[in-house]
Design a protein. Structure first.
Length: 481
């Protein structure tokens, strides 16, 4: 995979998962460890007494269970599927970062993509951490138990995978069950948290891994003819940093898409939304930052010509206002992707992926129109979408990501011979969004771009430093094993 990284302040939280341990700009292709998700394991340590209720107590070696069942299921069996899922286990006693153990533990419970919880001894600490996990994450939490363990009433209706270390066949089935549960959970939007299942609309938005660096993950599509190269880009971080770093400044994204309601009313500039930010960045402002001309919103309002609304899925094009000079954005496309109800807020339209197709088709029509008007007009070759219809929460990202990525892929492959577009980009403001995009692309068997343009743009000294850092990291890893 090619990762082009430039940015603002790097995230330095000691609790960042392995997925966020990305290399410096211009390194070689990313390793499995760079791409790995985290599985946080909640269980007792060492040997603990276990009573199956018959009065016979025996010692259970939980370290052996961790190594022989959980780690092998997560790190070996899971990779045998065709989805290219790479997950690494981490247990609380393996956390090496400095700081309070409870703070680090809670950070991992929140940020881990997967949690495996062993309820065998009905340890109060384990159940406390399970409750925290079910409150903070709606998926993927796997419950396991030793054969003979009684399941408490409050979780009695949940799926609990049973294991028996004395039976090799049973142990293998347990590993396969854990791997299957994780695979299905990561590749679907199914919730397994009792909390989220019984409290509709619950969202946890804090600490979901906001990405401050503007990174670019490139994926190349298989198209005919093969010389018509088409790519999907995942662009991370804050929208205001797009097109103003060294890499994207050389290849700026021509069109930004803003999600609007069917009334085509842009969000207020203080709202936390792409529409509000586009509106502000595109406005003309005085020396103090106050808006003196609401350029994009005014043009959109004029284009509506007094109409109250447009059909769901409609895409309307405007100029980019001040964004043309500040970010080299040539056009803003406004997609009618939500509708409002009195007192009820906004809801996504049906078939929101139609907005993707409509925007791509509009880009090609505008390129052709400009070519006919002026033969040497520069076509629109790139476009950036937010994930349409989603808010700031983490739930249910997989379904819209799957539908919208598929729509973009279908368009580029079907029109590879004629479309001027060579890059369709999707914005990933948080780690949750990036994970959803990457899981869908793995599911669709879309391969990362192999070559690394960023490496070619490095100076020799910085490339040498990057290689040295990589070597030092490998030496450090070997010394710990």
């Amino acid at each position: 995979m090619e990762l082009c990284r430039f940015g603002t302040n790097a995230l330095a939280s000691p609790a960042m998962s392995a997925l966020d341990s990305r290399p410096a700009p211009g390194g070689t292709d990313m390793t499995d460890d760079d791409l790995a998700r985290e599985c946080f394991v909640i269980m007792p340590f060492g040997e603990k007494p276990f009573d199956d209720g018959s009065g016979n107590s025996e010692l259970v070696d939980f370290d052996r269970i961790y190594e022989d069942i959980i780690k092998k299921a997560v790190e070996e069996d899971l990779k045998e599927g065709g989805e290219k899922l790479i997950v690494r286990c981490l247990r609380c006693d393996e956390i090496e970062s400095a700081g309070l153990i409870h703070e680090r533990m809670l950070q991992h419970i929140l940020k881990a993509d997967v949690a495996v919880v062993d309820i065998t001894t009905q340890n109060p600490n384990v159940f406390y951490e399970l409750g925290v996990r079910h409150t903070l994450r709606d998926r993927v939490t796997v419950l396991i138990r030793r054969a003979g363990t009684k399941i408490p009433f409050n979780i009695g209706g949940m799926n609990v995978i049973e294991y028996d270390v004395s039976d090799e066949a049973h142990k293998q089935r347990s590993r396969q069950g854990i791997a299957s549960f994780i695979r299905n959970g990561l590749l679907s939007s199914n919730r397994d948290s009792l909390v989220y299942a019984n409290i509709p609309g619950l969202e946890v938005t804090a600490g979901l891994g906001s990405l401050s660096d503007c990174d670019v993950y490139r994926y190349r599509l298989k198209t005919q003819p093969a010389d018509k190269v088409k790519e999907l880009w995942l662009v991370t971080g804050d929208l205001r940093h797009v097109n103003v770093n060294p890499y994207l400044e050389e290849r700026p994204i021509d069109i930004w898409v803003s999600s609007e309601n069917i009334n085509m009313q842009m969000a207020r500039v203080f709202e936390k939304s792409v529409s509000g930010l586009v509106r502000y960045l595109g406005s003309r402002r005085d020396e103090t930052g106050d808006i003196v001309e609401d350029a994009i919103a005014d043009e959109l309002r004029d284009l509506m010509r007094g109409r109250q609304q447009v059909n769901p899925g409609t895409v309307v094009a405007t100029g980019s206002g001040a964004l043309l000079e500040s970010h080299k954005v040539r056009r803003i496309y406004h997609a009618a992707s939500v509708y409002g109800t009195i007192g009820g807020g906004y809801f996504p339209i049906a078939n929101v992926e139609h907005c993707i197709t409509a925007a791509l088709a509009l880009a090609d029509r505008e390129s052709e129109r400009d070519r006919q008007r002026k033969g040497d007009a520069v076509p629109y070759t790139s476009i950036l979408f937010p994930l349409l219809t989603t808010g700031t929460g983490s739930s249910n990202l997989m379904d819209p990501a799957r539908k919208q990525l598929r729509a973009a892929i279908r368009y580029l492959q079907a029109r590879a011979k004629v479309t001027a577009l060579d890059r369709v980009c999707f914005l990933a403001p948080t780690k949750a969004y990036l994970d959803a995009y990457r899981l869908v692309l793995a599911e669709l068997d879309i391969e990362p771009a192999e070559e690394s343009v960023a490496a070619a743009t490095q100076t020799p000294s910085s490339a040498t430093k990057a290689s040295a850092r990589a070597a030092a990291t490998q030496d450090s890893a070997k010394s710990k094993t």
